[in-house]
Design a binder for this molecule. Structure first.
Ligand code: SF4
Length: 479
């Protein structure tokens, strides 16, 4: 039996994609359960830090300082990696990055490539380019491997197959790996491991991301929970690390601050199982490690963000905590965003890395509740950025005239008590006219969305100002 398809809907209309996602109740439930569990685990484990808020503020300060001096720290990183015998490449955009990496594979005659999880590689659509160049690319993170054989895209930054149940995976492995159907996680993991071990042993080239790059030492740090990153980085002769240019930290002594936060905020664990530090290629006497080490540093719109009011977004550690905390992400899942980076941080950086016109709906995919800011280990103020992006949208003419007129009238009303009273009286009258048993089943025009999935309460017959006065009077009299 084949697994039900949960390929992201590529319909350009965000609302259509959301409706499609909400209609898939099984996927919604699996995502909601998993995100709530991870968010709960994060809250609990953070209490183990003596002063979590102070650590988060420190992490934010280190990132801000790095971004402020990014040119200097990049120079330092590049000099150190070259001193160690590694190669550094700069890619201005996705196309250049793909060309550089396929070129490295071609020069090394690498036909078999193993890859650790890397969102930047998703951003540049690396696998497709390598496969077109004739290489076999194998994802080795379990979640990514599941998605690769299912032909799907990740729906979460950290747990890419979060939308899949163990029943889905059981069916998929039966179909693709030919094992008897089971939902037992250890049996499924063992089946994937058997396939992956063979791939690790025969790989010509490894590709990893970079959670952090330490400028002071030229070290790339990756964290994984499965050890696959370590296999990818230590066994193949050629290793490529692909990083966004913002993933720098200045000193080795800054690293523990981030390691402490990343596991806790990402998956609610004290620390991720494997923290690997790669400092250049293998040296004489080393037991393992690559003979060739390449670091590819990707811009792809990041320097534009660096020079804008949205610089703070480059603090992001890609921990996924804001996704787990977000009530919108929990309901619609990652594929509905139609972008590589989903959730609150995705709704901020996708329009900034790409184009605001192409992703005009994303800054509205939020309730502005502030849960993302509260969850973020580096305290990125995403709610304020959503408002700024909406302001940008307004200036670029993305807001319909009806809305602009409505907000102008609302502004007028808020400034003039007489108009406010008149507006609310008309509104109350209109709503009560449409209501049945105190509830409105259907609102017209742009307000129809409010009643598409639930009823809307009619306004009370007595205005709040009158009720307030009456309550105050009653209080006075009872004294
Ligand atoms: S914005 Fe913050 S919470 Fe969201 S992924 Fe980035 S670091 Fe994590």
């Amino acid at each position: 039996m084949s697994a039900p398809s949960t390929m992201p809907d590529t319909h350009p209309d965000f609302k259509h994609r959301v409706a499609t996602a909400l209609a898939d109740t099984k996927v919604c439930e699996a995502g909601e359960r998993a995100t709530r569990r991870q968010d709960g685990a994060r809250r609990k484990i953070l209490t183990e830090l003596p002063d979590a808020l102070a650590t988060r503020k420190l992490a934010a300060r280190i990132k801000d300082h790095t971004l402020q001096n990014l040119d200097r720290y990049l120079e330092q990183l590049v000099a150190n990696i070259r001193r160690l015998g590694g190669h550094v490449h700069f890619a201005a955009n996705a196309e250049q990055a793909r060309e550089i990496i396929t070129g490295i594979a071609r020069d090394a005659n690498a036909r078999k490539i193993v890859k650790a999880k890397s969102m930047v590689s998703e951003e540049i659509e690396l696998n497709h380019a390598l496969e077109q160049a004739g290489a076999e690319v194998m994802e080795t993170d379990l979640g990514e491997y599941i998605l690769q054989i299912a032909g799907e895209k990740p729906s979460h930054i950290v747990t890419p197959a979060i939308h899949k149940s163990k029943e889905d995976i059981g069916r998929l492995f039966t179909e693709k790996l030919g094992i008897p159907y089971t939902t037992d996680p250890p049996t499924l993991t063992a089946a994937a491991r058997e396939v992956l071990r063979e791939k690790f042993q025969n790989a010509d080239m490894g590709i990893i991301g970079a959670n952090f790059a330490v400028a002071e030492t030229g070290t790339v740090c990756i964290v994984t929970n499965e050890g696959n990153g370590r296999f990818c980085s230590s066994h193949p002769k050629v290793l490529v690390s692909l990083m966004g240019m913002e993933r720098l930290i200045p000193r080795m002594k800054d690293l523990p601050v981030f390691i402490k936060l990343l596991g806790k905020c990402g998956t609610g664990v004290r620390i991720t199982c494997y923290t690997s530090l790669i400092t250049g290629p293998r040296r004489p006497g080393d037991a393992d490690g690559p003979e060739e080490f390449h670091l590819v540093i990707l811009d792809n719109g990041r320097s534009r963000i660096l020079g804008s009011d949205y610089r703070e977004a480059l603090r992001c550690l890609r921990c996924g905590a804001c996704l787990n905390a977000c009530p919108v992400y929990r309901k619609i899942g990652g594929h509905a965003y139609g972008a590589v980076y989903p959730g609150p941080i995705g709704s901020v950086i996708t329009p900034l890395l790409g184009s605001l016109d192409a992703y005009a709906d994303l800054p509205t995919a939020t309730s502005l509740c502030g849960a993302c800011l509260e969850a973020c280990p580096v305290r990125i103020d995403m709610p304020t950025m959503f408002l700024r992006l909406r302001n940008d949208l307004l200036r670029r003419g993305h807001v319909p005239w009806r809305w602009r007129l409505g907000f102008k009238m609302w502004k007028l009303e808020m400034r003039c008590p007489f108009l406010y009273r008149m507006g609310t009286t008309i509104g109350r009258w209109f709503m009560r006219l449409r209501a049945k048993d105190g509830w409105i089943r259907k609102l017209p025009m742009d307000a129809a969305g409010w009643t598409a999935h639930r009823d809307f309460p009619a306004m009370d017959a007595e205005p709040f100002s009158k009720r307030w006065k009456r309550l105050q009077q009653n209080k006075e009299e009872s004294r």
